[in-house]
Each structure stands twice: as C-alpha cells, then as structure tokens.
Design a protein around this ligand. Structure first.
Ligand code: C5P
Length: 302
C-alpha cells in the first residue's frame, strides 16, 4: 500500500461566545470556525521493516500526541488491520497556540486512515472525531462552520466575504484547560439566554455572508490576557499594523489580525513585513476550502 499525505489546516475562531460549564466538564459555546492555509503536513505510509506497531514521528511535540490517539481509535473502531504504519507530522501550526493544531492533526489522521483503509465513505468518522476532542469534528472536513454545543455540533456555512488573516504566534504555550478554568475564575461564561441571543445575532450576520464587527468577539480573550503577558502587546501590534479587527485565536495565545477592507492581502503582507522581527513565525493565511485537505498519494506532493 503506497503512502498518502494530507494537509491539516489550522483554524481561527472568528467569534467565540462562551456558555456554562456542563456536567462533563466542557463548556457550551457558539463559535464560527474557519480553516486556514496555515497547515501541518501529514504523511501516512508503511512503518520501516522491524517496527512492530504504528508509530508517530512529530518533531516539536513532546508527550501524548492526538494524531497517535486518532490512528489507534480508527484502528479500533474500524477493525482496520493493515501492517504497522508510520505517521509523520511536520508542524507548521503553533503548538498549544489556540489554532487547533493538534485537533487538525487528529482530523487529518482520520482522513488519511480512512483513505488508506478504503472505508472513507461508509465509516462514521464524526463520532470518532467527537471522542478525540471538541475541536476535531469541525476540522474533519475543513470549511467555515458554525460550531455549537461544546464543539460537537458543526454546521457548515457559506464562505464569508474575502479576507486575509495575519497570524502572530507567541513563544508561550497556553494549555486549553487552563484557559477555560481561568475563564470560569473570572466569571466569563454567559447565561443560557445571553448565549442564545449571541447565537441568533451570529446567525443573522452569517446569513448576510459576513461577520459584523459586533460579533467578532472571543470571550476567552480576557482569560488568555490574564495568563499570558504577551497577548496584550500582540493585539496592539496587530491593530497598529492596520488590521481591521484583532483577536485572540481560540484559547490563545496566538493573536490574529483580520484584514477585511480594501487591499486586504497587500496590507496583511505589509503587516507581516513590519512585525516579523518582533513575532517569530508571523505570516499571512487565507481561508481554505475542503479540497485542500483531501488525502493524496505521496507522488503528488509538491
Ligand atoms: O476537547 P479538548 O481536548 O480540545 O478540550 C481540552 C480542554 O479544554 C477540556 O478538557 C476542557 O477543560 C476545555 N474545554 C472546555 N469546553 C470546550 C472545549 C474545551 O471546557 N467546549
């Protein structure tokens, strides 16, 4: 069986409204998730001779790896019993940065394993994705989506009006559970009727094909600001460099600047040129559609 590769696009939360903590420990939320051209690169092929079990090579990520968990979960749920595989993950997305990199890798691993096993059409990957983590379902088929419940309800939405995204990574990492816990400590979660009203507002603006500035809000931002001193200067830098909107991505600490008005691409690139000496890894990303993330034979790699 030949090797396959796939991209694992990062996500940005164009808005994130936080609700109450549920009995299972996860929080209700209302979010618009958008996949970006900034992506990890995954390759799934036969393990070298003598290797007796699946292995995951992922330089830059220590400890348990969600991609390894995804491969094991796929094996178990599908009964796929092909000889051991080697999964290689080349990281491009900031690690523990609020851009869903680990979840994107897990989702891409499920796409790759399904393609390799030939069960892609009949097998319910969504259920597996849900069990792997709350960001994984939205990244299974990367496209703009309204995400509700604690991440398991994913409704694709039409592409939003053209825009470009300035990504300012942080040298710090923020564990997602710590950010949600800080949000609780700060009393940030909204009451159910407030969250429902925010959802209605988001739906109204999505129906117009654009997100109004009033909903480009990340309720986790104060928690990320509280835990990571680098977030405030990054938000300031994105605004001063001309972003039409600046917000923390997901649980942070990565900051994104959205360029939505005239000459957005050129202005976003100028912002990168200006800021890359202060923010290592600063880049411009664009929204992508699901075709970008489809697994392909390795010979087609560019
Ligand atoms: O699901 P995932 O593994 O990405 O979540 C990591 C942690 O982030 C959870 O254990 C929980 O503490 C927090 N979280 C949350 N509510 C969500 C998503 C994540 O409280 N909707």
């Amino acid at each position: 069986m030949s090797a396959l590769w796939a991209l694992a696009p990062a996500k940005v939360n164009l808005c994130l409204f936080l609700g109450a903590r549920r009995a299972d420990g996860l929080h209700e939320l209302v979010s618009v998730v958008e996949p970006l051209s900034l992506a990890d690169v995954l390759e799934l092929g036969p393990a070298p001779d003598g290797v007796g079990a699946d292995e995951v090579i992922c330089p830059g990520v220590e400890g348990p790896n969600l991609a390894a968990a995804a491969l094991a979960a796929f094996r178990q749920a599908s009964g796929w019993d092909a000889p051991p595989r080697r999964l290689t993950v080349r990281k491009r997305v900031p690690v523990a940065g609020g851009m869903g990199g680990g979840s994107a890798d897990a989702a891409a691993t499920l796409r790759l394993a399904a393609a390799a096993a030939g069960t892609g059409r009949s097998f319910d990957l969504h259920d597996l994705a849900r069990r792997l983590g709350s960001d994984v379902p939205a990244l299974l088929r990367p496209q703009p989506a309204l995400v509700t419940a604690a991440g398991e309800e994913v409704r694709p939405v039409p592409a939003l009006e053209p825009h470009w995204v300035l990504v300012l990574p942080s040298p710090q990492r923020l564990p997602t559970p710590a950010v949600f816990a800080e949000a609780d400590r700060l009393g940030l979660p909204r009451a159910p009727d407030d969250l429902a009203a925010r959802r209605d507002e988001v739906e109204r603006t999505l129906a117009r094909g654009r997100l109004a500035a009033s909903v480009m809000v990340n309720d986790l931002e104060p928690a990320a600001l509280s835990l990571c001193p680098g977030v405030a200067p990054a938000l300031r830098a994105a605004r001063e460099a001309g972003a039409d909107h600046a917000l923390v991505s997901g649980s942070g600490p990565t900051v994104v600047g959205l360029f939505t008005t005239a000459e957005a691409r050129e202005r976003a690139q100028a912002a990168v040129d200006e800021l890359s000496s202060r923010f290592a890894g600063a880049c411009v990303a664009a929204p992508v559609d699901p075709a970008l993330a489809v697994p392909r034979p390795l010979e087609t790699a560019t």
